[in-house]
Ligand binder design. Structure first.
Ligand SMILES: O=c1ccn([C@H]2C[C@H](O)[C@@H](COP(=O)(O)O)O2)c(=O)[nH]1
Ligand SMILES: [Zn+2]
Length: 164
């Protein structure tokens, strides 16, 4: 008899996004994103980090202080990286799974790439103008967004082989 406790597609793609987030060096908020196509194939994955060639140890990870001394002008957001890392430029009808509701800049990238649906986990910045702007644009462009519905509280991945 087949297993019944396997991951749904939504849970699987969100888990991939959350795994990617584990690569982030951001000490405060680690975000991962996973783009899946209509055939449920992963076409792009990304997480928030500094641009190629910019040292994680030289640029600041601060949240506060003078703008240029914070991470905000430098960090590439997870969704941007997932789209740029995609195997295709044309992401029409794809879905993006992301740990955090996309900011307005990521929302523009998502809309322009052709992605048709956003599935997110946290909406912790929902009261910010950035996220409000995201929702205005998404509603206007007719792009769906929904919070992941799952009974799962966590997914455990063991790196210890079963025989040990
Ligand atoms: O759409 C988004 C919004 C934010 N991020 C990243 C950018 C930063 O590295 C963190 C947010 O840091 P806070 O300390 O929580 O302000 O999240 C993203 O990848 N995508
Ligand atoms: Zn963003």
């Amino acid at each position: 008899m087949k297993r019944t406790d396997y991951l749904s597609w939504d849970e699987y793609f969100m888990a991939v996004a959350l795994l990617a987030a584990q690569r982030s060096k951001d000490p405060n908020t680690q975000v991962g994103a996973c783009v899946a196509n209509e055939q449920n194939k992963i076409v792009g994955v990304g997480y928030n980090g500094f641009p190629w060639g910019c040292s994680d140890d030289e640029l600041p990870w601060n949240r506060t202080g003078a703008f240029l001394d914070t991470k905000y002008p430098y960090v590439c957001h997870a969704e941007l990286n997932a789209v740029l890392n995609s195997i295709s430029k044309d992401l029409r009808n794809c879905r993006i799974y992301v740990g955090l509701f996309p900011c307005n800049e990521c929302t523009k990238v998502i809309i322009q790439s052709g992605i048709k649906e956003i599935i997110y986990l946290s909406d912790k910045y929902k009261d910010s103008d950035q996220v409000k702007a995201s929702k205005i644009m998404l509603n206007s462009a007719g792009i769906a967004y929904r919070r992941l519905k799952t009974e799962l509280r966590s997914i455990t991945i063991s790196l210890v082989p079963p025989e040990l």
